[in-house]
Design a protein around this ligand. Structure first.
Ligand SMILES: Nc1ncnc2c1ncn2[C@@H]1O[C@H](COP(=O)(O)OP(=O)(O)O)[C@@H](O)[C@H]1O
Ligand SMILES: [Mg+2]
Length: 248
């Protein structure tokens, strides 16, 4: 089982859109996928039609020594793609995990316990830099930093994430993908070549172009790789999935 963390310190850079579509690509290819929504906006829960959730949340489970995340999982309209939706009680998660030492191993165990049911866990992250991020980095095999082509905000995010590396026995793995790229924009083209020089970014060759189909996901409430599988943007998510190379 692999854990992919879709992260940025910034909001509105395409974390949720990428998390859902990569999860759906993997599911179509036969992977059993669980998307965990830990963003208070609950966007991926909404897009996968699980926006009104009562009852227990992630924080309730992780407080227990033997957390059972399976109890919180729901199916989606995509075969093999499940979701652990955001709910109001997840809001307390960051405070609840402030005792980070025991929490990290507990979180790791609760994620590991999913390995007989899932081949891939995708985390849809909030744009925050707190205990939750430490949780995400602790449980992830790969953190995919999403960013629009804006070098300064990108640098700030990357530097922040690197500064956390000291907290881990082995440094977290990163790749960076540019999202919402205007492929015809000269400005974006120039930024792209500038960014590809910044080796620390581990920039993927695949970029995700701006596409109105992605905005349409809020109406279809379905990943674009499912609703428009032949579209350019769907093909890009497929290439990105291959490039992330999470297969053993
Ligand atoms: N490639 C894209 N093309 C056009 N719009 C996009 C693209 N990716 C994301 N968006 C739109 O940008 C907004 C923010 O995207 P989202 O994935 O929710 O970002 P985040 O999770 O980082 O806040 C949403 O309205 C979404 O529809
Ligand atoms: Mg989001």
């Amino acid at each position: 089982m692999k854990v992919l963390n879709c992260y940025s310190l910034k909001g509105g850079v395409g974390k949720t859109s990428t998390a859902i579509n990569l999860g759906a690509v993997a599911a179509v290819q036969g992977w059993r996928v669980l998307l965990i929504d830990i963003d208070a906006q609950g966007a991926s829960s909404f897009l996968l039609r699980h926006d009104s959730q009562d009852g227990k949340g992630l924080g309730d489970q992780l407080k227990k020594p033997q957390a059972n995340l399976v109890e919180l999982v729901k199916g989606t309209n995509v075969e093999r793609l499940h979701i652990l939706p955001y709910n109001d009680r997840t809001r307390f998660l960051d405070a609840e995990i402030s005792e980070i030492r025991t929490f990290r191993s507990r979180a790791r165990n609760s994620i590991d316990a999913l390995s007989d049911r899932y081949d891939l866990i995708v985390i849809d992250s909030p744009p925050t830099a707190d205990n939750l991020l430490k949780f995400q980095l602790a449980v992830s095999d790969l953190t995919l930093l999403l960013t629009t082509p804006a070098p300064l905000s990108l640098r700030a995010t990357l530097e922040y994430v690197y500064s956390l590396r000291g907290d881990f026995k082995s440094p977290p793995n990163f790749k960076t993908t540019l999202q919402i790229v205007e492929v015809r924009s000269k400005h974006h083209q120039e930024l792209l070549s500038e960014l590809s020089e910044m080796k620390d970014l581990h920039l993927t060759n695949t970029i995700i172009p701006r596409s109105s189909l992605i905005e349409g996901m809020a109406i279809d409430r379905s990943p674009v790789v499912i609703s428009h599988p032949r579209s350019i943007v769907a093909k890009r998510f497929e290439s990105l999935w291959i490039e992330l190379d999470l297969m053993d």
